[in-house]
Design a protein around this ligand. Structure first.
Ligand SMILES: Nc1ncnc2c1ncn2[C@@H]1O[C@H](COP(=O)(O)OP(=O)(O)O)[C@@H](O)[C@H]1O
Ligand SMILES: [Mg+2]
Length: 181
């Protein structure tokens, strides 16, 4: 995985699979550090499973025996002089936090974050998403609960809505210099 936006997509898809009502995704670039956090209120993991979850052979999927989402995200952070942490409580939810040295030679680029947002909200899942993106130039938020209220019954996965969301995210990213992360 060469783009962190794809890691974010993978981790957020875990949250969706865990039955999360709300998935909060935050991306912050400040003081030389990039911090990415994905927090959900899904089914969580018990302590014993959590200890093994950064190991590629830990998965509950049945289609293939290797689960790579978490191990790859951890590796991407550690390669870039950063840290990785996962907290989870059975029945309460899970929080994954990774940091990266912004200027580290082995840091993967953030990539197409707007694409990740659109893929998540266009996937027809029941979860809501809240995005918070910030740099030293400013920050913006996007919450699917607020958008749904404004859409007045129109489905959030309608192509016109997704195009609007993609453009809005791209524009906001540009305003805060986030498109070059
Ligand atoms: N947010 C989460 N909530 C509950 N369980 C999770 C969450 N993220 C990961 N898991 C559990 O950890 C396993 C490993 O996740 P991952 O490394 O992404 O591999 P995969 O999704 O391919 O199984 C998942 O199969 C799932 O059982
Ligand atoms: Mg996964």
């Amino acid at each position: 995985m060469r783009e962190l936006a794809l890691n974010i997509l993978d981790i957020a898809e875990n949250s969706v699979k865990a039955g999360a009502t709300l998935v909060c995704i935050s991306v912050r670039a400040e003081r030389g550090l990039l911090t990415i956090e994905i927090a959900d209120d899904g089914c969580g993991m018990d302590a014993e499973f959590l200890k093994r979850v950064t190991d590629p052979f830990t998965t509950t999927r049945t289609t293939r025996k290797v689960g790579m989402g978490i191990p790859l995200f951890k590796m991407a952070a550690e390669m870039a002089g950063g840290t990785f942490r996962i907290e989870s409580e059975k029945g309460k939810g899970t929080t994954v936090r990774a940091t990266f040295e912004l200027d580290h030679i082995d840091r993967a680029p953030l990539g197409d974050l707007a694409d990740t947002v659109v893929t998540l909200i266009g996937g027809g899942c029941k979860s809501d998403f809240r995005f918070e993106i910030g740099t030293e130039k400013g920050c913006f938020e996007f919450d699917t609960r607020e958008l749904k209220a404004e859409l007045d019954g129109v489905d959030i996965s309608e192509p016109d809505v997704l195009v609007f969301v993609r453009d809005m995210i791209k524009e906001n990213l540009m305003d805060i210099g986030g498109e070059r992360l």
